[in-house]
Ligand binder design. Structure first.
Ligand SMILES: CC(C)(COP(=O)(O)OP(=O)(O)OC[C@H]1O[C@@H](n2cnc3c(N)ncnc32)[C@H](O)[C@@H]1OP(=O)(O)O)[C@@H](O)C(=O)NCCC(=O)NCCS
Length: 165
């Protein structure tokens, strides 16, 4: 398995994965346009046992969206049914956390139904009211707005000591 930044060639695989879970009400659907516009925010997990010379299958996807100068959000996180339970979700979240650290961010949040999974990824539950208003900008377009039943969770990122990369 390989975790890397998403490429245009991954779009169909990303959309299939996200929208399959969206149909089950587990996450928000994403249009191809919305994924194209935010492709640079996404990373993917690739199953590298494809044919030689063929791109591997997208079995995981997740985005890191910067919300404010000290806060980013993990969005559209999904691991395919066949790849679940192998630690890939946690690896992908840690990959996004590393990216947030490199960008100099101090906190990463998630709005989720998967509390236990995110607790394993070192997030903790916070009251939604404690999050900045900017978080709710995109929620206005959601069918669940304003009665969102997702759990707000945060992971604090320890500052990297000076001189350490
Ligand atoms: C949630 C999801 C991303 C987890 O991916 P995964 O690859 O199966 O998770 P991992 O194998 O990395 O699990 C990491 C840890 O979390 C635990 N965990 C994973 N899913 C869990 C769940 N639903 N309930 C409780 N614990 C869970 C695992 O047991 C593991 O624990 P360990 O570190 O003690 O071994 C995946 O199940 C998924 O895509 N679900 C559908 C879409 C979704 O709900 N996305 C979240 C939107 S915010």
């Amino acid at each position: 398995m390989l975790i890397r930044k998403a490429k245009i060639q991954d779009l169909d695989g990303m959309m299939a994965l996200i929208n399959e879970y969206a149909q089950q009400g587990l996450m928000l659907p994403r249009s191809k346009l919305s994924l194209c516009e935010t492709l640079h925010c996404f990373s993917v997990v690739i199953d590298d046992i494809g044919e030689v010379g063929e791109p591997g299958e997208v079995v995981g996807v997740g985005g890191l969206h910067i919300l404010w100068e000290d806060l980013a959000e993990v969005r559209s996180l999904a691991i395919s049914e066949k790849a679940k339970g192998k630690g890939l979700g946690k690896k992908l979240v840690n990959h996004l956390i590393d990216e947030a650290r490199e960008l100099g961010l101090r906190r990463v949040m998630s709005l989720t139904y998967q509390q236990e999974f995110f607790e394993k990824c070192k997030f903790y539950v916070v009251k939604k009211e404690t999050l900045p208003h900017k978080v709710w900008k995109d929620c206005i377009n959601c069918s669940k707005f304003p009665s969102c039943d997702e759990i707000a969770m945060i992971r604090e990122l320890a500052p990297t000591p000076v001189g350490v990369k």
